[in-house]
Design a protein around this ligand. Sequence first.
Ligand code: AMP
Length: 497
Amino acid sequence: MKGRPPVPPALLKTPRHATVWRILPCTGPSKKSADAPSICEIRGLPEKRRRRRKSTSATDTPAVEAAGASGFASLGLSAATLEALGRAGYEQPTPIQQGLIPLAISGVDVLGQAQTGTGKTASFVIPILERLDPRQETQSPMQAICLVPTRELAVQVTGEFEKLSHGRKVSTIALYGGKPIRNQITKLKRKPEVAVGTPGRVLDHIGRGTLDLSGVRIVVLDEADRMLDIGFRPDIEKILRRCPSERQTLLLSATVPPPVERLARRYMKDPETLNFSPKDISVETIDQYYFTVDNDRKFPLLLKLMEREQPQQSIIFCRTKRRTDRIARQLGEHVKNVSGMHGDLAQNVRDRVMTRFREGKIAVLVATDVVGRGIDVSGISHIINFDIPEFCDDYVHRVGRTGRMGREGVAYTLVTPEEGPELTRIEMRINRLLERVELDGFQATSTAPKVPLVAPGADAAKADDAKADGESAGEAEAVKKRPPPPGRRVRRHRRAL
Ligand code: AMP
């Protein structure tokens, strides 16, 4: 591939032996490793679990015993939590839960690295519920706050709190933008013990005086690598300054690059580090391929690929919001049940799209990286990176949306001939070579050599948007070449997705 530096020899052997602990369905052989229990023994597909629980109730064993007898009880959890875990069908703790829950209950700070889909959320939800003080009757009853990067994740994490606090007098509030703030203010007056929020909305409440964090004893930063990048960091710092310094801080992330670890330690006291991410960080049940394709051949290739693959459910990732809208619109003319998703859509639209996607009513979601993080939808069979991601870690997060619950997944990345270096960076990050594939009879690249105008990436996507929006080729190229206005720093700002 043109412009692509040679791959270091170390990459040539893929460490397929590395086991990634995933939540597996009960059907088919277990992918269990020697030291990790298979989730097959822990959690089945819904109908299978129901069957098993039915037989459990036939022997009159209460849910609390189901959870207790098989693992969670050994973590010293309360009867209320064991009961809620039993109801949720969580019978055995996952490795991250086994490692993190006792540490977090002991009150120390923890930096935990684990993939999503491994029970990461419950690993911080359970200790928070265990550590809540029912007698905290101060002016500021808010005892824990979890900061997450996206609204969708706020909804998901709040759901986990609600599920696992079943039967207790604990209330959790979700604080995120795009929803009327007045409703949240009314709920805050009822003094919930836990808040799950996105940094912007949390700050908004602090500014209005409707959120008092002075009684907070536990702070969680979920998806910490994203939370500590340049876009969010100032907001996070402002929020942390509002929390007591004598607090417990838990940081969780699928990827913890060294700069993030250094930063994270600034906000924590002697943290314990837990790493459950194997070196081969991209999931082993996911087949990963790439196409070399010219920018203007990407859409026809996408159509052909969709026709060939007939995905059960898929996410097509684009780099810009305009491109997301355009591809969703164009694809919708050929394929059924397509929807777009990005950060500029009204919150009620985003919520509706995510609900319909979870229910399987939307088959194809064309999205920016706003859905690349943490979203847990088990039916996604295909990830298509219509645009190669700008950051290697985003590749890991995008691809991690498939292959969930131990299912097979496949990821295709469309790479233009100029994007070789970016592909190589991804391969180095995941320590695995992607296999190049072609579609029979489809000409993906022109044979004439192309002269790259500028480094590809977000700019190329923007230029392509400009072209599609009716600008002349010259104008579109000008977008590619346009330097940033004088005095304005080009910030690697990933907030607006
Ligand atoms: P997460 O990694 O937090 O996104 O969790 C992935 C999925 O696993 C979610 O649907 C959880 O409800 C589920 N889950 C978490 N912990 C367990 C457990 N111990 N047993 C069974 N399912 C679990």
